[in-house]
Design a protein around this ligand. Structure first.
Ligand code: GDP
Ligand code: MG
Length: 163
């Protein structure tokens, strides 16, 4: 089977923008089936010469408080389980929130590799958030901008290390 990369993180950090940037052909919208939460988007992803299966999690973009809704947690856990590598995305402009910490905790529990992506890092507004991201305990964050295509070669280096 194909090397699978899951994109996780709280709403509005830019997961889908990253997904769209790496997605070639959309493969499927995997619908939720009763008892099993897994309604996510899948695509054939591509980054330079790398080819992989890409999962975008959480279509529930309503605003949440600090708690992680059960459904989002389930979906994230499932995606992480299926993935060979997880991209954890944070919003460097917004800075870290308690919900980011919750996601990070979930990922630190797992044994599979995680690459931390500090998105929205174009310009200087992301610098404080980028530095904060080191504290998540998921390794060095990659300064990235999904919207502007910044950081793709660093992301490539980080992914290829695990493939
Ligand atoms: P998701 O909820 O994590 O899937 O986030 P989305 O991909 O839907 O993006 C949420 C918002 O952040 C949208 O308004 C995007 O246009 C914006 N966004 C995504 N990537 C970037 C980025 O690199 N820089 C900035 N400034 N905004 C971004
Ligand atoms: Mg999204």
């Amino acid at each position: 089977t194909r090397f699978t990369i899951a994109i996780v993180g709280r709403p509005n950090v830019g997961k889908s923008t990253l997904f769209n940037r790496l997605a070639g052909k959309q493969l499927a919208i995997v619908e939720d089936t009763p008892g099993v939460t897994r309604d996510w988007r899948e695509a054939a992803g591509q980054l330079g010469p790398l080819r992989f299966r890409l999962i975008d999690t959480a279509g529930y973009e309503d605003s949440y408080d600090d708690s992680l809704p059960a459904r989002m947690r389930q979906q994230t856990e499932r995606a992480i389980e299926e993935a060979d590598l997880t991209l954890m995305v944070v919003d460097a402009r917004a800075g870290l929130t308690p919900l980011d910490e919750t996601f990070a905790r979930l990922l630190r529990k797992g044994s599979r590799p995680v690459v931390l992506v500090a998105n929205k890092c174009e310009g200087r507004a992301g610098e404080p958030g980028l530095l904060e991201a080191y504290a998540l305990g998921l390794g060095d964050p990659i300064p990235f901008s999904a919207q502007h295509g910044i950081g793709l070669s660093d992301l490539y280096d980080a992914i290829v290390e695990h493939m």
